[in-house]
Design a protein around this ligand. Sequence first.
Ligand code: NAP
Length: 281
Amino acid sequence: MIYHLGLLGFPLSHSISPSIHLAALRSTGLVGDYKLYPLQKGSSFEYLLTRMRKGEIHGLNVTIPHKQSMLSHVDLLSHTVRMTGAVNTLLMREGQLVGDNTDVAGFMTDLHEKIGGTVSRRKALVLGAGGAARAVVIGLLSTGWHVVVSARQSFQARQLVEQLKPWSREGYLQSVYLDPIDLNAEIDQCDLLVNATSAGMASQLLIDPLPLAIDLPNDLVLYDLIYNPQETLLMQRFRKEGKLAYNGLGMLIEQAARSFELWTGLPVSREELWKAVGNLR
Ligand code: NAP
């Protein structure tokens, strides 16, 4: 069998997912390809779903800007998708097109590997209110973290909190305005900051999503979901102050490995995937 896999989203020109999945194919001894389908917001992607239903494509990843709109195009939603409201993986199961989300486990596995049991308060400030922020918030809540969400459009943070409240224990999830006074009060009690915005990506390289007037507490650790560039402006700010800052490459690899395992049923060596991206740790 030849595995036809791919990624649907826009923009995709800098995607390193093909390198990761081709390494996964090689390391598991399977034959196949991983194609990019650059489709902008509003473009029809139905033809790709039809090809999946016909068995011509065996698995697709979904990224910005289709993660949320994909929900209404599939036959079945995994429990993780019902919680997050975002799809990043499409697969066929018993003739049905299933929307799944491997970002949650991808983030939590890598976070655990990076910070393990070193944090004590287990309270996180999450910047952003898009699909990735939802995955992060669900992952943190389900492992007992307190979470505060902040977004430049505050209504989006409030909306996210309302939608994810059913999965939260009372008092564990709230939103805060992205302004220095409110943020300084909250961040003081946090031991983790997660950047789940696109600010700092190649297309927004010189943008720091956290206002400069925020004082970073001594033991605050940054997990920036961005992996291109390897070091964002926000990560530089943390490292200049001697604080720990991690990029999102580990999450990317882990979510990719989990998607691949769903498509093929075979376990993938993470080490081989790291080699494929040149160990950009
Ligand atoms: P999304 O659904 O488009 O959400 C992006 C969020 O970032 C929105 O809340 C948006 O606010 C906010 N934002 C954009 N530019 C901003 C700026 N200059 N200042 C403050 N906020 C800004 O995208 P997503 O899927 O959640 O992805 C977010 C980031 O996570 C991307 O960089 C993506 O590459 C990364 N990601 C990484 C992984 C990984 O495996 N490492 C997985 C998934 C996502 P507005 O609505 O106001 O624009």
